[in-house]
Design a protein around this ligand. Structure first.
Ligand SMILES: Cc1ncc(COP(=O)(O)O)c(C=O)c1O
Length: 371
């Protein structure tokens, strides 16, 4: 009998052993390992959670009319793209979407079995492929320091087997901004749907935020989340938008599984999407923290710590990821993520999420003796 599936350790659980080292310092651990927002959501959004009167009935899986209108209005405002309410649908945050979409695509296209995703990336792209019994295949990124996808490196035989290509811009962990037009064109040329995870788009530093939908809807899906934009990771509201046939198919299949954003969360999402001022304030917080922490880490360790083109992570090269992470935990009481969690080849990188207030980052600087 062959061995069945054994889930691997959850990536961040592997850091549990280092946490006590950091927590032993006076003031406790400053956790920069997971990209979980720490700043408050809008009070009006929190109020909407308790006043929607939507607790009793089942919420629509695709999202209420109001919520889908809010998604479309935001896309129009932010990117000047025109998407109709039947070309969008809600998801329960985006992680579940990333983790499950390969199995729905495999059912629809059983003669394809491969999921393509960036070699340095959010671990759920690979896990979604594994959970669908598919073949995960990392796409190399350019080695010019840009971390953009090297689409030309995809073997035509792999493209012919591909169910989808993931792009993620701004990218986690690298902060890279990809060429979304090139990705859309590659997908159309090879008959491969392109799924563009754009959950960090509001935190684009080099130029305006971008979406793959600016390059047409045909064969592409953009994925968005309120988790990072509006500090609502605990509320679980995301959405996907794009190719009408794909959206229709995913809406139908996801209804059957009962993928439902709770009604109060949908109501809160409408309020969050209508407001842009809180996003401006959040951008400012992340920017200041990125600049402070990049300076502190560079001065302390002597390595180059570049500011990202987007996102709220510092991603930088070190001698060894686990050794650096341990030393920083011991000496600075800060926990970062070893690069290996984002791709086997990245064991000489670490990622730091600037999800702690400035006074906590200043405490790390003081512990490290950086002024
Ligand atoms: C690249 C990327 N995609 C998706 C997600 C999932 O976010 P959520 O499920 O909160 O929308 C994350 C979370 O960190 C992420 O980094």
């Amino acid at each position: 009998m062959s061995a069945g599936f054994v889930p691997p350790p959850y990536p961040y659980d592997r850091l549990d052993a280092l946490l006590p080292l950091a927590d032993a310092l006076p003031g406790g651990v400053v956790d920069l390992s997971i990209g979980t927002p720490c700043d408050p959501p809008l009070p009006a959004v929190v109020a909407a959670l308790s006043s929607s009167n939507s607790e009793r009935g089942y919420p629509p899986s695709i999202g209420t009319d109001d919520l889908r209108r809010a998604f479309c209005a935001w896309l129009g405002r932010r990117f000047k793209v025109d998407v109709s309410t039947d070309q969008v649908a809600a998801c329960v945050g985006t992680k579940e979407f990333v983790g499950t979409v390969p199995q729905w695509l495999k059912l629809r296209t059983p003669d394809r079995d491969t999921v393509l995703y960036p070699a340095a990336s959010y671990p759920t792209y690979e896990m979604g492929a594994i959970l669908a019994g598919c073949r995960p295949l990392p796409v190399p990124v350019l080695d010019d320091g840009s971390f953009r996808l090297d689409l030309a490196a995809i073997d035509p035989a792999d493209a012919a087997r591909a169910l989808l290509l993931w792009v993620n811009s701004p990218g986690n962990p690298t902060g890279a901004l990809d060429d979304l037009g090139a990705a859309a064109a590659w997908g159309r040329a090879h008959g491969v749907p392109v799924f563009s995870d754009e959950c960090y788009c509001e935190f684009t530093w080099d130029g305006p935020p971008r979406t793959i939908l600016e390059h047409g809807l045909d064969g592409v899906i953009a994925l968005h989340s309120l988790s990072k934009r509006s500090n609502l990771a605990g509320v679980r509201v995301g959405f996907y938008a794009g190719d009408p046939d794909l959206v229709h198919y995913l809406r139908e299949v996801r209804k059957h599984v009962g993928m439902l954003v709770p009604g109060p969360a949908q109501a809160a999402g409408v309020v969050a999407l209508a407001d842009d001022d809180h996003v401006v304030a959040q951008r400012d917080r992340y920017r200041r923290r990125l600049e402070l922490l990049a300076r502190v880490f560079a001065k302390w360790s002597g390595v180059d710590v570049p500011l990202p083109a987007g996102g709220f992570y510092l991603w930088f090269e070190v001698d060894g990821d686990w050794a650096f992470t341990e030393r920083l935990a011991r000496e600075g009481g800060a926990l970062v993520s070893p690069g290996e969690l984002y791709g086997k080849a990245y064991h000489r990188y670490v990622r730091a999420a600037v999800v702690q207030p400035l006074d906590r980052l200043t405490l790390v600087a003081e512990r490290l003796g950086v002024t």
